[in-house]
Design a binder for this molecule. Structure first.
Ligand code: 13P
Length: 245
């Protein structure tokens, strides 16, 4: 995949909301553009609850374990069983609210890869870390989990600065360009030059065109604005227009 515009419903939504969304979401019925996907990471119970058409359906997390005696865990095998196309790993809400470690994100990525679910590693710094000038250090720390991949593996990285998530204030185009350039260079050095870099954090129709115009931005991971089909479709359209797709 070269470009991805994906929504993340987080712990929101129910079967009725998904039905309404899919009925209204025009891109689902559109012919596929080569190398591009739109889609939605829904709560587990909705993964198999609707017809996503040509769009991707994703999980927001996956177990770090293999199937077994791990009460309450959803394994990558179970995601495959449900027809899941992609899985998010290391979202900041999991790192900061659930205490997820780099070692756990590594195991989760490996499990997705083994089960042919497209992995997306989320990385990003807190405001304190940014103020302390530790942006690159934090990104490198979190990128360490990518060592489960060979240079031919397909996966994506989403840059989501913690301070821009759910705040309504996206990172500036200059901040995004700088962070993505660093990620691009780092990934290239490791043989992952083909990996798409998504941006997430208060993406909305008002800023989508400006952020999509940045060369090293190959997609979005959209939280709140993906709950409404028309708003999400607008973001998807603005992204495609900016990229000339
Ligand atoms: P918001 O778009 O609501 O800021 O959330 C971003 C996000 O966390 C996507 O994973």
């Amino acid at each position: 995949m070269k470009c991805l515009v994906l929504g993340n419903w987080k712990s929101n939504g129910d079967a009725a909301a998904l039905k309404t969304f899919l009925a209204d979401f025009a891109p689902v019925k559109r012919a596929l553009i080569d190398g591009y996907r739109t889609g939605l990471a829904v709560p587990y119970h909705l993964i198999a609850a609707g017809d996503f058409g040509s769009a991707w359906v994703g999980a927001q997390n996956v177990s770090a374990f293999q199937p077994g005696a791990f009460t309450g865990e959803i394994s990558a095998q179970m995601l495959t069983d449900m027809g899941t196309n992609f899985g998010l790993v290391g979202h900041s809400e999991r790192r900061h609210l659930m205490g997820e470690s780099v070692a756990q994100t590594r195991d989760k990525l490996a499990n997705l890869k083994e089960n042919q679910v497209y992995p997306i590693l989320c990385v990003g710094e807190t405001l304190d870390e940014r103020k302390q000038g530790r942006l690159h250090e934090i990104l490198l720390e979190q990128l360490a989990a990518l060592d489960v991949f060979g240079t031919a593996d397909a996966f994506a990285v989403a840059y989501e600065p913690v301070w821009a998530i759910g705040t309504g204030v996206a990172a500036t185009a200059a901040d995004v360009a700088e962070a993505h350039r660093f990620l691009r260079t780092t990934l290239q050095e490791r043989g992952y030059g083909h990996v798409p870099l998504m941006y997430g954090g208060s993406v909305k129709p008002a800023n989508a065109a400006e952020l999509a115009a940045i060369d090293d931005v190959h997609g979005f991971l959209v939280g709140g604005a993906s709950l409404d089909a028309a708003t999400f479709a607008d973001i998807d359209r603005l992204f495609l227009e900016a990229k000339g797709l």
